[in-house]
Write a protein that binds this ligand. Structure first.
Ligand SMILES: [Zn+2]
Length: 263
């Protein structure tokens, strides 16, 4: 059983108390933690200079009857899902796909949240970082962290959860997608939507020399400078334009990236 104090002591070993970080976490990877996700979120908050986590809300997504070609959207098939879309509101919980820790961080009284209707982040001591996000530039908070020499912290998750790789893809001019979200003001267009992350663990060997690893129970905590993640992503794509794509035959977004490279 891991206690809050154990987590604080472990996270402080990363020496990130003066750094801004984006964190991705799996509660389950830790095994038993007293206080669960709340303990992890609070320990992160007190061990990092500033911390943000993705609190994405996919249930706001809605699809028009037609849109850009090669956008990894089957417009006619998607219509059936539109009736399930809910308008974004700032108190909407993070999608369950994000795990429970970001939602717990969002609920801290000290936390604030950015306003992107699909790709929001929540954070503590991160008001200025979160404010940089726009509809057109959903990963601007990550750029802000990179520019401030900030770090990525992966808690019991691998690089398939590492959103900074999406920023590297964008900076490498990899194809981005268009999605749409329902808001209280109607449907808004959300450009700059990222591709698939299922192939991102392929970047691990390149990042390993730059990674600090500590072990908390069964969970490996990996931390690395965000700038290094971006540089290594860009280098991988420069070397091979198909780098970091997944090999699932039915992956629409990776297929669209491959298709876009043919033109
Ligand atoms: Zn894929």
């Amino acid at each position: 059983m891991w206690e809050y104090n154990d987590l604080i002591l472990a996270f402080q070993e990363l020496k990130l108390n003066n750094k801004a970080v984006v964190a991705h976490a799996s509660l389950r990877a830790f095994g038993q933690v007293t206080g669960g996700a709340d303990s992890i979120a609070t320990a992160l908050m007190y061990s990092m200079g500033a911390v943000i986590m993705p609190t994405h809300t996919y249930k706001t997504m809605i699809t028009p009857a037609s849109g850009p070609a090669n956008n990894a959207v089957n417009y006619s098939r998607a219509q059936a899902w539109n009736r399930l879309a809910e308008p974004f509101d700032p108190n909407m919980p993070a999608d369950v796909m994000m795990g429970v820790v970001p939602e717990s961080l969002r609920q801290r009284p000290q936390a604030s949240r950015s306003m992107h209707p699909i790709l929001s982040f929540a954070g503590v001591n991160a008001g200025k970082i979160l404010q940089t996000q726009t509809l057109e530039n959903p990963f601007a908070p990550l750029m802000e962290i990179a520019n401030a020499d900030g770090w990525v912290v992966l808690l019991g998750v691998d690089h398939t959860a590492n959103t900074a790789i999406h920023l590297g893809e964008k900076l490498a001019s990899r194809k981005q997608f268009t999605r749409w979200a329902l808001t209280e003001n109607g449907t808004v267009t959300c450009p700059g939507f990222p591709g698939c992350s299922a192939g991102f663990e392929a970047l691990e060997p390149a990042l390993r020399p730059h990674t600090v690893v500590i072990q908390v129970g069964q969970a490996a905590i990996r931390a690395m400078p965000m700038r290094m993640v971006i540089v290594q992503t860009m280098q991988a794509i420069k070397k091979d334009p198909l780098a970091l794509l997944c090999d699932r035959a039915d992956c629409e977004r990776c297929a669209a990236v491959r298709e876009g490279l043919k033109n």
